[in-house]
Design a protein. Structure first.
Length: 371
């Protein structure tokens, strides 16, 4: 080293690359945290827009077909009103089934609870007979002593019902505009962006919507097949409330991996209380069979072309979403991760295609030398 010169500090390439990725990850982490903070502050609006997109993904193809013979505003109105009538009809059917079986179900549940108590008192459990009686008495005392708090929770529950109805109304209102002129709204949004990023936004938007609609159609089909299988099986086994339990299975299937087992566990409890341990064991076996059908047949067959995520990624996404935003987060997590990954893949492929085209152009423009 010559006099007057400072020593050269060498940084390993690995450390330099790690530092470059570290600050980028910090920026991404701050952006994600800020996004979830905003969504947590206005989660009703976020849920409403998500439901509006789901309704659009389901009903827009039907509205496009109806619009071939009617003006588009009338086609959109007819499609939405018909879908709302269908949903209300299903709910009315479920309510009628519950009302028709209420008396029988209450009687069977009382007999079933006594049967469960006798079963727990025998080997291998050998539960103290007085323990269940004491538990029932404690529950009664708790209800009597906390009546005011329970009433206040009921009032709070009514407030939540109003919030849910408001969210649904905003979702339907948003879906009207998305179905009627969503493509024009997306085009207007792209025109507001700088010209340098419009093409990338267009590519990412097409990939995102293609994945989201594919996931929505696929999960609805999987949920419907699960509900039909569960409803038929419970009806054949003589389990009461087969139709409401099938509807519960349909709704629970929107939470991948854990939704269907939870719904079928509820059906197993109903079967245990009303039909005894043998039918409950058959229902538990049904949980395993339907889980295998869903995991190894329906999901790969129906959704592999729309969502290409490893089961471990799906499980982590569902758990992380439930921790961040409860049931809503568990439902939204998988489509959100799928959309993000599809956008990343589409932009990466677009960059690769651009580089290949540039290389081919440069090779074509290169001067040729005569041999």
């Amino acid at each position: 080293m010559q006099p007057g010169t400072s020593p050269t500090v060498t940084v390993s390439p690995f450390l330099r690359a790690a530092a470059a990725y570290a600050w980028r990850l910090l920026v991404v982490g701050v952006l994600v945290y800020s996004l979830f903070a905003v969504l947590g502050r206005f989660h009703e609006i976020g849920v409403a827009l998500f439901l509006g997109l789901v309704i659009t993904a389901l009903l827009r193809p039907l509205a496009d077909v109806v619009a071939r013979g009617l003006p588009r505003p009338f086609a959109v109105a007819l499609t939405l009103l018909g879908s709302i009538a269908l949903v209300l009809g299903v709910l009315a059917l479920v309510g009628e089934a519950v009302a028709g079986e209420r008396t029988t179900l209450v009687r069977e549940f009382r007999v079933g609870v006594d049967r469960i108590e006798d079963w727990l008192e025998r080997p291998p459990f050998r539960l103290n007979p007085g323990a269940l009686s004491d538990l029932q008495a404690k529950i009664g005392e708790y209800v009597s002593s906390h009546r005011s708090s329970l009433v206040s929770q009921a009032v709070s529950g009514a407030h939540h019902v109003v919030a849910v109805l408001t969210t649904l109304a905003l979702a339907v209102f948003s879906a009207v505009f998305f179905i009627h002129s969503g493509d024009r709204q997306w085009g207007w949004f792209q025109k507001q962006l700088p010209g340098s990023v419009r093409e990338r936004v267009a590519v990412g938007g097409r990939a995102a919507w293609r994945t989201f609609t594919g996931y929505t159609h696929g999960i609805v089909l999987v949920a419907a097949v699960n509900a039909v299988l569960v409803g038929i099986a419970l009806w054949l086994l003589g389990v009461p409330l087969a139709v409401p339990l099938a509807l519960l299975e349909f709704v629970a299937a929107f939470v991948p991996l854990i939704g269907s087992p939870v719904a079928l566990a509820v059906a197993a409890v109903v079967a245990l209380a009303s039909q005894g341990p043998l039918i409950a064991a058959i229902v538990i076996g049904l949980i395993v069979v339907i889980g295998q059908i869903e995991g190894h047949l329906l999901h790969p067959l129906v959704m592999s072309w729309a969502v290409r995520l490893h089961p471990l990624v799906v499980a982590i996404s569902v758990i992380a979403g439930s921790i961040a935003a409860g049931i809503v987060g568990a439902v939204v997590a998988v489509p959100l991760v799928s959309v993000v990954w599809s956008v990343h893949t589409a932009l990466r492929d677009a960059r690769a295609a651009t580089r290949e085209a540039g290389a081919a152009t440069a090779e074509g423009d290169a001067p040729r030398t005569e041999g």
